[in-house]
Design a protein around this ligand. Sequence first.
Ligand SMILES: Cc1cc2nc3c(=O)[nH]c(=O)nc-3n(C[C@H](O)[C@H](O)[C@H](O)COP(=O)(O)O)c2cc1C
Ligand code: SF4
Length: 647
Amino acid sequence: MLGVLVAAVWGDLRFAVLYFILLFTAITCGADFTREIPANIFEKKIKRKIKGSLVVGQKKKIPQKPVKLTENSVLHIFYSSLNGSTERFAQSIVPILPYGHHLHNIDYLPGLDEYFSNPAKDSTYLLIVPSYNTQSPLDYLLSTLRDIYHDFRVGKNPLLKVNFAVFGIGDGDYAHEFCYQAKEADKLMGKLGARRLLKVQCGDIRVDAQGSIEKWATVLHDLLLESPDLTPDDSPSDSEEDAPPSNSIADLEDMGAIMKISRAPGVKEMVSKDSPTYNALTKQGYKIVGTHSGVKICRWTKSALRGRGSCYKFSFYGIRSHNCMETTPSLACANKCVFCWRHGTNPVGTSWRWKIDPPAVILEGAIKGHLEKIKTMKGVPGLRLDRFEEAQTIKHCALSLVGEPIFYPHINEFVSMLHERHISSFLVTNAQHPDAMARMGQVTQLYVSIDASTKESLKAVDRPLFKDFWERFLKCLDILSTKRQRTIYRLTLVKGYNVREIGEYAELVKRGKPCFIEIKGVTYCGNSDQSNLTMSNVPYFDEVVTFTEKLVSYLGPSYGIAAEHEHSNCILVARKEFSVDGVWHTWINYDRFFELIESGEEFGPEDYMSPTPAWAVFGMGGFNPEDERWRRKKKEDAKSEKINHAT
Ligand SMILES: Cc1cc2nc3c(=O)[nH]c(=O)nc-3n(C[C@H](O)[C@H](O)[C@H](O)COP(=O)(O)O)c2cc1C
Ligand code: SF4
C-alpha cells in the first residue's frame, strides 16, 4: 500500500497502477509477502521422506513398495573397469550376496539398454561404478541411462519393478569429482523409477574401498535376505534434486544401524565352546565347526569303508556312503521331534539370533573335520584300502545331520560352494521356514521331512516351536510344488503316532507333488527324558511295505514303487516320469548335474536322471552285490541301534 502512495506522490500514475495490480494478485492468491522468502529455497537439499509423508521439494511421488523377494528374484551385478580394480571388488562381494546372481562387465555387455529399458520383473541391480574424469566405457552406460530417460517410446518409469543400489569406487584426491559418475548413475536409476535399497555409497581406493564394499554387500544381504519386508531407502525416485549422494564413511556407519542383531557386538554364539550343548554334542561324536555348524561321520560311511554296505541312498540314487559327508550349517532348529537322537541337547529357536559364520569357513571346517574322522578309521579291522583312498575325495554332502540347514542365512552360497567343488547336495528341511524355502536355490535333491500328516499328529511328533507350524508346513509344500528341482518327501513312520493316516499323507503328496517319496520306519535311538519311543514304535519292513502299497493306491497312476533298501527299513516311491520304457531312473547322473549347473541354463530333474540298477528295484532287497552282507551279533546290534541314524 505504501508503494502505491509513494508512486502516486512521485506523480507516476503508471507505477501506482502496476503496484496496485501486483498487490491485489498477491492477496487473492494467498501469498504472504510479510514473511521472508529464503533465498536458497531451490537449492535446499531434499530431506529424506519419513515413512508415509511426502518429500519436501519432490516433484512427483512414485509409490515405493517394500522389497519383496520371490524365488524368481535375480540379482544382477553390473560393473565397469578400465584397470581391473572395480572388477576385483565386484567379484569379491559375490560370496557375500544372497541367491542366484549374474555378474556383468558392462564394458562388454551385449544388449545393455535392454536391461535398463525392459528389465525382468523383481530383479535387483547392483551397480559398482568407478569414476574417470576422462573418456571411458562407463560413459556409454551413463549415456544409455540418459537416453532411456528421455526416450518417449520407453515408458516413463521402466525400472519400477527393479530394486537397486550403487557403490562408487573413486579416488579421494579428485575432491569434488570424487565418485561423481557413481552418483550420477544413482540419480539416473532413481529417475528411471527403480526402487533404491540404499543411498549411494563410495569407497576410496586410497582408504579402505575393499572393507567399505564388503560392509555395503553385507548390509544388502541382510536387507534382501534376512528381512525381505524391510522398507528400502525411499529417497525420491524421480526428482532432479535426488537424495544427496554421500561419499563419507559416516554413511557406512549409518548402514550399520540396519545391520542385523547377528552382527552386533556381544551377540551370542549358538554353540560356544564352554556350553553344555558343545560338550553333549562332542560326546555324541559331532565335530563342532565354527559356532553353529557340525559334522559327523555316519555309520554307513564306516560300513562302506569296510565293504559292509552303503546306506539306502546308494540303492536309490547312487550315493556312495564312503564318499559322503554328513554335515549341517545350523545345529539349531524350530522343533523338538520325539525321534530326534539329540534328545534335547540341540539349540532351538524360531529366528536366527546368533553370530553368523561365513560359508567358506564352515565348508573348510566341515571338510577338515570329516577327513580327520575318516583318518581315524585307518587301523579298523576289515577296512578296504581302495575305499579308504576314495574316501579322501568327498563327492556328496548330506545337509541333514541335525538342526535345520535352511535356517542358516547363507545356505545358498554354501550349497553353491559345494557344487563348485563337484560335491552334490542333499538338503533336508523340516518345512517350518517358508521364506527360506522360497529363496532356496538349486540343490541336487531337496527334501522335506513329512513327519506326520495332520496338524495334531505333527504337533505330537515334531513338537514345533512355531504356533502357526501347520500353516508354515503347508506353505512350504506349496512352494515345493513350484520348484523345478528333484524334490523328495521323507516320511518317517512311527508306530502308534502316524502310520494310520494314509489318506492324509496322500493329500499332502498331491499338494507338494514331490518327484520321490521315501518311506522309512523310524530308527530307535534309545530312551531318554526327552523321548519315550521304544522298539515297539519301530514298524517291521512288512508294515512299511503295506503302508507304501496303500499310499500308492491312494495316489493313482502318477506314482509307483521304484526301489527298496530292506536293511534300512526304507522304500522309494517315484513319479512315473522317472520310469523310462519300463525302467526306473531314480539314480542321479552327477557329472551331468554339474555340467548343467555350470552351463547356467535352466534345467529340471529329468535332465540328470540315470537308470536304477536291477538289484535296487522294489522286490530285490536293495543290497549292493559288490558289498559283503554282514549281520551283527545281537549285543552289538542293540548297542549300535542306540547311537546311529541313517539320514
Ligand atoms: C584416468 C583416470 C581418471 C580418474 N578420474 C577420477 C575421478 O574423476 N574421480 C574419482 O573419484 N576417481 C577417479 N579416478 C580413480 C579411479 O576411479 C579409481 O582408480 C578406480 O579404482 C578405477 O577403477 P578400475 O581399476 O576398475 O578402472 C581416475 C582414475 C583414472 C585412471
Ligand atoms: S546315511 Fe546319510 S550321511 Fe550317511 S552315507 Fe548315507 S546319505 Fe551320507
